[in-house]
Structure formats: C-alpha cells, structure tokens
Design a protein around this ligand. Sequence first.
Ligand code: ADP
Ligand code: MG
Length: 330
Amino acid sequence: MAALNEFELIDRFFRRAEKRTTSAHGVALGIGDDAALLSPTPGCQLAASVDMLVAGRHFFADVDPEALGHKTLAVNLSDMAAMGATPRWALLAGALPDADPRWLEGFARGFFALADAHGVDLVGGDTTRGPLNLCVTILGEVPAGEALLRGGARAGDSIWISGTLGDASLALAHREGRLVLSSDEAAACEKALLRPEPRVALGIRMRGLASAAIDVSDGLIGDLGHILAASKFGAVLDLALIPRSAALDRQLAGPSHDAALDCLLAGGDDYELCFTAAPSRDPRVAALAVELGLALHRVGSIVAEPGLTVRDASGRALAPLPRAYDHFAT
Ligand code: ADP
Ligand code: MG
C-alpha cells in the first residue's frame, strides 16, 4: 500500500461521514477548515480541558492501539465528568512516528467507539510526525453556575468514591514484579489500566447534589488533597471503607501489603470520581448508585481541622501516608 500523506491520513481515519458533524450536534463547521465552528447551547458554560499522553510515560509504546484510542479520550471525558459537564466536542493533536494504517485504524476504532457512546464529535486536530504523543482537547457544556468545583466541600460533608480504586496501578506493580497476581486478577487489573470507563453519567447527575468533585487520576490522597486545599478543610477517611477489588484485598492481606496499600491510596490511573455532599444527601447518593448501576461508597467526612487522616481498623492514623504521583518529584 502506498504511504499515506498527512491529509489522506486525516481524511481516512479522523474525518467521518458528514452526518456526524451536523448542526444537530452543535457543529456548524467540522474538520477541514482552519478552525471548527461550534454552537454552544444557550444558558450553558463551556468546560474546556486538555490532556496529553506521552509514550513511555503514560503508556507503553507497544500498547494495543485500540485500547490507546479509548484511553486517550477516556482521560479527557473523566475531566468533564469531574466538572459535571456533558462532553460535546473534541480536538485531537497527535505526533506519530509513522503513518501505519493498521495502527491508525485500531486507534481510531477505540477513540470513536467511546466518542459515539458519549455523543462526542471530533471537530479538529493537528497531525505531525514525531515521537508518539497524543493530546486531546475536550469541550463540554454545563448549565451556567452548576459546574462541580474542587472548592465547594464543607465540614461535615460525606466523602464518596465511585467504583474501586487501585487496580490500574496494581496491574503496573504486577508487570514490574513488585507483587504477583493470578492470571485472572492480572487480566482484570489490566482492563482497569487500559480501558478506564469515565464516569460521565455520574458527573451529570451530581449537578446540584455534590458540593465538590475531582476525578482520581493521580491517586486518592493527592486528588482528595486538591479538594481539601481548594475548600480549606481537612478529611478523615476509614481505610476499611475505601472500595477495592478482591485482588487488591488479597494483596493487602499478604507479604505485598505495603505495595498494595500504595496502589489503593496513591496509585494513579483510576479515573473514578471522588466527591463530597452534605450528609443529608446520603440517601440520594445511595439511590443514584442503584439507578446508575455503579457502586458509590462513603469513605469518610470533611472536617474543620486541616490535614488528611486515614484511620485503620483499630482507629489509628496511618503515618506516613503514601505519596501522590508527581511527574516532577525528585
Ligand atoms: P492548519 O494547517 O490550518 O493547522 P491542518 O492542515 O493542520 O490545518 O488540518 C486540516 C484540518 O484537519 C483542520 O480542520 C484540522 O482541525 C483537521 N485535523 C488535523 N489533524 C487532525 C486529527 N488528528 N484529528 C482530527 N482532525 C484533524
Ligand atoms: Mg495544523
């Protein structure tokens, strides 16, 4: 097959049938001009966010391209979920080492499957040759004034976590030989690492219900820490209440306890939501879990005194707490 040039590549893999870019989706002009033209819904604010995934840092360069296409968009949808925004439009900037049609086809399949599931249109991007690097800009909408911010938590609020935490980093720990999973456990944890499900529906339903929210991308301690810093409060969590898989529980009970505790409290790549809500809302949050078919666990409370305390089963505070992931930590 003849090598693809830049514009053939965009046309073949990223520019889709015009029906996807009609005004019904708020796209007045999609891919093909110098900029897209979008028509936001009156009365809504735009939520804008960008996330970059770098080969060797955020994913292995030989990762299945379909899974990478999924994850490249998923991490951005997760930011929309954390704001309570409805994701609408995406732009994709990619540096690719070569124009490998097989790779591009898999990537586009994973990307568009998730985009279609959430009604998101790809409206533009940029494509260059270079070390593999993918960057998505996402635009979403939220009724004016209803976005979920980090700074809204108040003393006494309940702290909630969706799904389970730690499996994605458990998969990495297994790959790196820091602990050993059974093959079934490893497969389940790999799925959490490669195909995170952004909690978009939850984020939207939390408008007017949650007082603050964040997505857990760098580990619970660090990300809840951002809510505490923005809200100027502290928190007390019960370790036993933090939701985890059976695989992670098994590791906590064995010789790799410390590594597993790190995964649970400070592992990255979970893409679950951590949110706070007034305790009077506990029954509504519980009902929402049933309605969405998504586990929501209450793990502790916001307190007036600054600082984050995690209590073990006997009520003792864990110290020191595992450190959050930081790209520039030395
Ligand atoms: P310009 O030179 O004006 O930046 P480009 O030649 O880079 O335009 O891109 C042409 C069109 O293709 C633009 O509409 C741009 O948004 C779109 N585009 C480029 N790369 C991608 C991509 N990877 N995914 C989606 N759209 C893309
Ligand atoms: Mg360009």
